[in-house]
Design a protein around this ligand. Structure first.
Ligand SMILES: [Zn+2]
Ligand SMILES: [Zn+2]
Length: 652
């Protein structure tokens, strides 16, 4: 996935601009912040062990149960009917029917999906009733997410309920007078003991609406082999534009909900088809017959981003963003498309089985997300959609981003992934508290690729590791562990002696990345320059009453020592009334300059004075060295063009 903040980072870095941190915290603050008791790591672990115990205990009597259940219809798919015919109400009426329900059937509603955030979807469910063979059924509420039917079997057990749905795309569901975008984990219960059971979905839509789904369609809806695949397959209903193209034996469907004036279909299909061609060639694989992009280009949206699925991706970019940064859409599409392998098929064991209540252990996200960003960027470069110069600028900017965050010295990239669940709290994003597994993971992808190519004289690169993982795990239906990941690299490049140290220092450790050494393998060098701008020592934002409020004061900063506090309202800066955050006025301020703030605190006006410090941040630049050796050139050309020695020899 890629959230708006990551996309913005990508846009700005493409233009080699700094200062995206303000945008980061602003857009991140928009994510919902619900607090759920009991979702601790311990709870998570217990629940997983619990599932396994239940699985083992049930194994013995499974045959008996399934024989009994078959006669009652348990082999029938679970039926879901979703009524969307009053879309302006933001309500979906759902009927779920379970044939051959066993006694005390439990129903569970996911607490999360897509985003690695507990979002308590059950909060949107209301008017829940149940029927057993035509008679009223009493449901006992077991916990926040779980309901239990009575202790008698039902040939036909149905639930009826109503879900309130209010966007935004692509991480939530959205229903309004113009369309419906459905993430089924936010709408549909599952049977915790029968998640493997087939499902069938029927949508009742307003007149004139079409439906597009990532699932297999049939006469009266669509179906999936199990609940996990169902909720990994969003659907769009409405009056969207519908395009398709064929490539290497597969069909690509492109569903666009937008004002047709906001984009050129030719340009869109040209961009997408170059991306899909480049990445399928890179992976030497087309593991689907149909892949669907569901695209939203709204005029107004609180955010945007991309969400990967096994057989498609949902992407939202503001219409204005398309005009200003078409390459931003290309970047997110290249990232999401690569996920069809990395995370969806090449999948860490820790993400399975999915625990829809407590969440899963996400410490592998540096690889699942970060290395997906590595490949998103490399694919655009190798497809000729971005220049080498722009790629170097992007790389330098990614380095600047990591080096600007003091948390890199104590939070490993593995822990940054594990703690992804804190990202619903905006204060977690403080540079002193966290790093981004997208950012550092992307950099580690580049460094690993360079190290593998250097160690083997460009005989192999990270592409070969991805293909090996695809062969050994994805195609065999196995999930990988971190040990498997290291083994795959060792098998592909036995001469890369630094592998264990790389993981110990850079993945589970917090050693500073040795950019110079790795870039030098490709005859590149890193130039650094002090940014030399003024350091405010605090962050602020304009609240709904147009007051400038201090959101965060950096520890040990001059502002903190002068007594500035969280929640202070800034009225004047250096004698001038303030209407904007000082962070947006940095161009007017110089290091060592006197700063005078008039502050409103608890009804009193206070003067805060201090001397502005110099920002310790560094700007980086990646450049080619003047006289690279033949070996360095081999690695550089191999890396940037995505070729290994054997392939280059073949082409010459
Ligand atoms: Zn992603
Ligand atoms: Zn839509």
């Amino acid at each position: 996935m890629l959230r708006d903040n990551e996309m913005i980072a990508s846009f700005t870095t493409r233009r080699n601009q700094k200062g995206n941190l303000g945008v980061f915290s602003a857009s991140r603050a928009l994510t919902p912040s619900t607090r759920r008791p009991g979702a601790s790591a311990i709870g998570n672990r217990q629940s997983k062990i619990g599932n396994q115990v239940i699985g083992n205990r049930l194994a013995g009597c499974f045959l008996l149960l399934s024989l009994a259940a078959t006669s009652l219809g348990a082999s029938e798919p679970i039926q879901y009917q979703l009524d969307l015919r009053s879309p302006a109400s933001h309500r979906v009426e759902v009927v779920m029917t379970v044939g051959g329900a066993s006694p005390s059937t439990e129903f569970q509603f996911p607490a999360w999906n897509n985003l690695y955030q507990i979002r308590d979807f059950a909060r949107t469910v209301s008017d829940l009733t149940a029927e057993c063979d035509g008679g009223q059924e009493r449901l006992a509420r077991i916990d926040l997410e779980t309901w239990r039917a009575e202790a008698k079997p039902c040939a036909k057990l149905s639930l009826r309920y109503d879900v309130y749905v209010s966007g935004p795309t692509p991480f939530s569901s959205d229903v309004d007078g113009t369309h419906a975008f459905l993430n089924f984990a936010m709408l549909l219960f599952y049977l915790p003991r029968e998640r493997e059971r087939a499902v069938h979905v029927k949508l009742l839509v307003p007149d004139g609406w079409k439906v597009a789904s990532l699932l297999e369609e049939d006469a009266d809806g669509f179906h999936a082999p199990n609940y996990d695949l169902l909720v990994d397959s969003p659907a769009e209903a409405g009056q969207f534009q519908d395009y398709s193209y064929s490539q290497a034996g597969a069909t690509y469907r492109v569903v666009v909900h937008a004002d047709p004036k906001d984009y050129s279909p030719d340009r869109l299909l040209a961009s997408l088809s170059r991306i899909t061609a480049t990445e399928t060639a890179l992976m030497r694989d087309v593991p689907f017959s149909r892949y669907t992009f569901i695209l939203h280009f709204p005029q107004e949206a609180p955010g945007g981003g991309g969400m990967e699925h096994r057989n498609g991706a949902a992407i939202t970019v503001r219409a204005r963003g398309l005009h200003d940064h078409w390459e931003g859409l290309e970047s997110v599409a290249a990232h999401e498309f690569f996920h069809l392998w990395n995370v969806k098929r090449i999948r860490p064991q820790l993400l399975e089985p999915i625990d829809y209540v407590h969440g899963n252990d996400t410490r592998d996200l540096w690889f699942c997300e970060g290395v997906t960003s590595t490949y998103g960027e490399l694919a655009l470069l190798r497809a000729g959609m971005v220049s080498r110069k722009a790629f170097y600028a992007h790389l330098a900017s990614a380095i600047s981003e990591l080096q600007s965050r003091p948390a890199r010295l104590f939070q490993s990239v593995e822990l940054s992934g594990l703690e992804a669940w804190f990202e619903k709290y905006s204060d977690y994003f403080r540079p002193e508290r966290s790093i981004s597994y997208y950012n550092k993971g992307e950099l580690l992808g580049y460094l690993l690729d360079l190290a593998l190519r250097h160690a083997t004289g460009n005989a192999v690169g990270l592409d070969d590791v991805m293909c090996r993982l695809n062969d050994d795990f994805a195609r065999r239906g196995r999930y990988y562990t971190e040990t498997d990941l290291r083994n795959a690299m060792a098998q592909v490049a036995p001469t890369f002696g630094g592998l264990e140290a790389f993981f110990a220092d850079y993945v589970s450790g917090t050693r500073e990345l040795d950019y110079a050494t790795y870039l030098n393998y490709a005859g590149l060098e890193l130039e650094s320059q002090s940014a030399g701008s003024a350091r405010l020592g605090f962050e602020s934002s304009v609240d709904s009453t147009s007051q400038v409020r201090v959101d965060y004061v950096e520890r040990h900063s001059a502002a903190a020592q002068a007594g500035l506090a969280l929640g202070d309202i800034l009225q004047e800066m250096n004698g001038q009334p303030l209407r904007d955050s000082p962070g947006n006025l940095l161009a007017q301020l110089k290091p060592e300059q006197d700063m005078k703030l008039q502050v409103l605190r608890g009804g009193n006006v206070i003067e805060i004075e201090y001397r502005l410090e110099t920002n310790g941040e560094t700007n980086y630049r990646v450049k080619e060295i003047s006289h690279p050796s033949a070996e360095q050139l081999l690695v550089r050309e191999g890396w940037l063009a995505g070729k290994t020695a054997a392939a280059i020899a073949k082409n010459n």
